[in-house]
Design a protein around this ligand. Structure first.
Ligand SMILES: [Zn+2]
Length: 68
């Protein structure tokens, strides 16, 4: 037989154990280049800027996206 709990864990103690399981909200700021919302310390996915310079080539929306 496997291990069995010696005592019932109340909902209160179960919640105490899980108090760190909460979701943490992302830190959102405005991109200084394009004013779009982005995460702090992340490249702006809208314009591809990070630390005041272009680090990503952002493709302009195409009429038909290729499958590859
Ligand atoms: Zn941007």
């Amino acid at each position: 037989m496997g291990a069995l709990p010696k005592q019932r864990v109340t909902r209160s103690r179960q919640g105490d154990r899980r108090q760190h399981h909460k979701l943490i909200p992302r830190h959102i700021v405005r991109c200084p280049n394009c004013r779009e919302y982005k995460e702090t310390h992340h490249v702006c996915l809208s314009c591809g800027f990070y630390a005041g310079r272009q680090v990503l080539d952002i493709e302009v929306a195409r009429p038909v996206a290729p499958s590859s």
